[in-house]
Design a protein around this ligand. Structure first.
Ligand code: GSH
Length: 221
């Protein structure tokens, strides 16, 4: 009878291969600190619209569009703000879809000779090396990304398009509540919005425990 390998060796080898593959995958997907906590990369396009004459990005109708993915919670808040302000006719939306085989967002049909969201980023900024995330506030006129940070995109939609909005008086960030909103935002961002990523991308038990406890504590308040 042919001899089989000892079970212990098979299990040990299997665990080693799986752990190594997982570590390689995570190192590409999720930057971390020394204790294995997920560190979200900063969004890199952080421009604002302004009516200052020297600013090339002037508020206008039918000039800017949002690239969004329907499964993306960050994109949702941009879409919700666009709807609440009544900006559907002023700001276009292009929906992108996840490509499970490529691990990137792809456009529903090629635009500007781009098939994918990473290609749009390259068009906006040749040589760009960061993550190609949505939502994106895109300028159709200059073919570039104005902003790719949803917290700032919603601020722009709330305040810079009022002359084209159906609900210009609906202010989602009233001056007298800014402090309270910012303080809640800070908590919700760290523990819930980014908290679920901190759980999923934790690369040590300690990092996972910290993220999941903070998430549960805030969600149960
Ligand atoms: N800080 C960004 C985060 C956006 C973000 O992480 N979007 C995810 C989808 S939910 C994404 O596009 N990920 C693609 C990638 O990281 O390659 C924001 O709030 O706009």
């Amino acid at each position: 009878m042919a001899k089989s390998l000892p079970g212990k060796l098979i299990v040990k080898t299997g665990k080693f291969v799986w752990t190594t593959m997982w570590q390689i995958m995570m190192s590409q997907l999720a930057p971390r600190n020394q204790t294995g906590e997920y560190l979200r990369p900063e969004s890199q396009f952080r421009n604002y619209l302004s009516t200052q004459p020297e600013n090339p990005a002037q508020p206008a109708a039918n000039r800017y569009r949002l690239y969004v993915g329907m499964g993306c919670p960050w994109a949702h808040r941009a879409l919700v703000t666009r709807a609440l302000k009544g900006l559907e006719t002023a700001i276009a939306v292009s929906i992108v879809y996840p490509s499970p085989d490529e691990g990137i967002w792809v456009l529903s049909k090629p635009e500007l000779n781009c098939r994918t969201v990473p290609e749009l980023y390259q068009l906006a900024c040749p040589g760009y090396k960061g993550r190609s995330t949505v939502p994106i506030l895109w300028d159709d006129e200059t073919k570039t990304i104005i902003n790719n940070e949803s917290a700032e995109i919603i601020e722009i939609l709330n305040s810079k398009f009022n002359q084209f909005a159906q609900h210009p008086d609906f202010d989602l960030y009233p001056a007298q509540q800014k402090e309270e909103i910012d303080s809640w935002n800070e908590k919700i961002y760290r523990t819930v919005n980014n908290g679920v990523y901190r759980c999923g991308f934790a690369q040590s038990q300690q990092a996972y425990d910290l993220a999941s406890q903070e998430l549960l504590r805030l969600s149960m308040k």
